[in-house]
Ligand binder design. Structure first.
Ligand code: HXC
Length: 268
């Protein structure tokens, strides 16, 4: 679907997107690129990165792929250095990297729980921590929005409770908390805005393929009136809005993009 935004709203900006090689992260990278940004994508799998970079470049987007694991502080520091060396600065960090699998609490080992916390929560903090010195310098472009930006991809699972997602729910609750704390402190000290996006179920993503939506599309839809799949595009448009000058007064919020699903109840 075509974007409703002007093609130059991120002109001159440099973004680093973790988990940018596939799914929602790749769509955000693509839309940022189409709207003028240069994009570095970070991920663990070289082949996935190479394919994504080729696709971005085929559209004329300035893009590089950098291998790394957000669980490793040295990877985070190296990827950020390479991004700024290559593109000259950093304006926007998108924390899209996440781990997920369905498992009941009794079958989940503490190490499995820790693994997802390490990727989603600690990984998000690590990337923010290592990005700070770059974001302090970057984000000083033209236009009313002068500071840097961090966008954390979250979820709505933890607003209530979700079956077989105890680890992800805990991890994303921490992510939302990190968003608010950094928005307060770095918004005040460095004019860096920190926001989140909480997607609902988005079709054609590794997350949904893994979480097996078959059941959702059939019977349980009857019990969840607002259930419909979103598109990766919906999340990328929210990211564009938050990253552009349109979002200059938005700080510390996590925008839910789920068609209203999380608050819906069956009709009685
Ligand atoms: C139970 C599991 C498991 C599973 C891993 N573990 N997979 N436990 N069921 N399916 C446990 C392991 O037994 C081990 O604990 C611990 O987790 C670490 O596993 P490893 O395989 O060694 O870890 P690693 O290779 O680092 O992989 C971690 C991973 C990751 C979390 C499995 O590779 C991953 O999930 N990749 C997929 C990324 C993905 O799907 N991203 C999209 C996210 S979508 P023990 O005790 O045995 O040592 C998303 C959306 C959420 O986040 C919202 C949805 C609406």
């Amino acid at each position: 679907m075509e974007s409703p935004f002007k093609a130059d709203i991120l002109k001159g900006k440099v973004a680093l997107v973790t988990g940018g090689g596939s799914g929602i992260g790749l769509e955000i990278s693509t839309q940022f690129g189409r709207h003028g940004a240069a994009v570095a994508i970070m991920g663990r799998r070289r082949q996935v990165l190479d394919a994504a970079v080729a696709a971005l470049r085929s559209e004329g987007i300035r893009a590089i792929g950098l291998e790394g694991d957000v669980r490793k502080q040295e990877d985070a520091a190296r990827v950020l250095e390479k991004t700024t060396t290559h593109f000259g600065k950093l304006d926007i960090l998108v924390n899209g990297a996440a781990g997920n699998f369905l498992v009941s609490p009794e079958d989940l080992s503490p190490n499995g729980f820790r693994t997802v916390i390490d990727i989603d929560s600690v990984g998000t903090f690590t990337m923010c921590h290592e990005a700070l010195k770059h974001l302090k310098k970057g984000g000083r472009g033209e236009g009313p929005s002068t500071g840097g930006l961090i966008l954390n991809i979250s979820a709505t699972l933890h607003y209530t409770a979700a079956w077989y997602q105890i680890h992800v729910s805990a991890a994303k609750a921490a992510v939302d908390s990190i968003t608010r704390s950094l928005a307060l402190e770095w918004g005040t000290d460095y004019d860096i805005r920190v926001n989140g996006i909480a997607p609902g179920p988005i079709g054609d993503t590794p997350g949904m393929r893994k979480l097996a939506p078959g059941e959702m599309q059939s019977k349980s839809r009857e019990y969840r009136p607002l259930y419909k799949l979103g598109e990766r595009w919906d999340i990328a448009m929210a990211a564009l809005y938050l990253a552009s000058d349109a979002g200059k007064y938005i700080n510390g919020t996590t925008m839910v993009v789920d068609g209203g699903l999380w608050l819906s109840h069956p009709r009685h």
